[in-house]
Design a protein around this ligand. Structure first.
Ligand SMILES: [Zn+2]
Length: 302
């Protein structure tokens, strides 16, 4: 597959919006035999050619299921990796509200900047990548204290970069039993900086208050969701996913859990920033919820 960050061009069929092929300097990637499940299409066959020479051919048997984990969408990664992701940069989403784009892994770290402090959402996927992201944040928010690292959940790919932030003055927030999960994966020194959030908590960044909500999700029991009231932005990992390009897929079970949290907290949300995929508007989230409901109408009472 093309390396992330490597320039590539794509051919997209206008009528369907489907990617037909992608081309890098060395290779051509052809996507064929698109299968459809609900509103989401993926090619069942991917062919890699070097000039006229066949290099590789994958036939994908994986079917989209109702209960697929968000990460299943990362494989095959053709959708994400064929894009030119550009250089590492902080994309402004709303005032004081950023998402990191162009990381080597394709994961998106989010961060909120107040007048004196910064809150960072997730530390994917290695200490090396997190160190680069941390430098970018410091450059984007000069003079501010990196005060909080909020771990959306303790799956390794989301937290592996945590040691790069484990410095004096940084509080690492994790959900219930997250401290133990961090200790097992990253050691006692990093875990000693972890504070578990077991009920809603406010983080004061200076002129900006971030609410942290714990969520015992079916994806991970130690989920944390961050909400910035002033910019009406919600930061989450693996609860709601939109592919980097392409149509909106229906939400998974965890999307319903997120909807519940938004309702219970009466949160006004404009943007949903995810660690994976593109950011979504509230309208896109609602569309994904509708697609789910259309595919699975509630059971009729008898
Ligand atoms: Zn994830």
């Amino acid at each position: 597959m093309p390396l992330a960050g490597q320039p590539a061009s794509m051919v997209i069929e206008r009528s369907s919006g489907q990617v037909q092929s992608a081309k890098t300097a060395a290779s051509t990637y052809e996507y064929a035999d698109y299968g459809s499940k609900q509103d989401f299409k993926q090619p069942k066959q991917i062919t890699v050619k070097n000039g006229d020479k066949l290099v590789l051919q994958w036939t994908i048997h994986a079917q989209l299921t109702e209960h697929v984990d968000a990460h299943s969408f990362d494989l095959p990664a053709g959708y994400v990796e064929i894009q030119d992701q550009g250089s590492l940069r902080a994309t402004l989403i709303a005032p004081g509200t950023y998402r990191v784009d162009g990381s080597e892994s394709g994961y998106h770290t989010g961060f909120s900047v107040g007048s004196h402090s910064v809150a960072i959402y997730d530390a994917p996927i290695s200490t090396a990548e997190a160190a680069k992201v941390k430098a970018l944040i410091e450059q984007t928010a000069p003079g501010r204290k990196l005060a909080y690292l909020v771990l959306s959940h303790s799956h390794r790919d989301h937290i592996a970069g945590t040691p790069s932030y484990a410095q004096e003055g940084v509080q690492i927030l994790a959900g219930k039993d997250g401290k133990l999960a961090v200790e097992r994966q990253l050691g006692a020194a990093v875990a000693s900086k972890v504070v578990e959030v077991t009920q809603a908590r406010e983080l004061d960044l200076g002129g900006r208050s971030i609410s942290i909500y714990p969520l015992a999700s079916s994806h991970a029991s130690d989920m944390l969701v961050a909400y910035d009231k002033s910019s009406q932005t919600l930061f989450q990992g693996d609860l709601f996913y939109l592919p980097e390009i392409g149509p909106i897929p229906p939400v998974f079970d965890v999307g319903l859990e997120l909807e519940q949290l938004i309702k219970q907290g009466s949160l006004q949300v404009q943007q949903l920033v995810g660690v994976h995929g593109r950011s979504g508007s509230l309208q896109e989230f609602q569309k994904a919820l509708e697609l789910r409901r259309a595919a699975q109408p509630p059971a009729e009472k008898t």
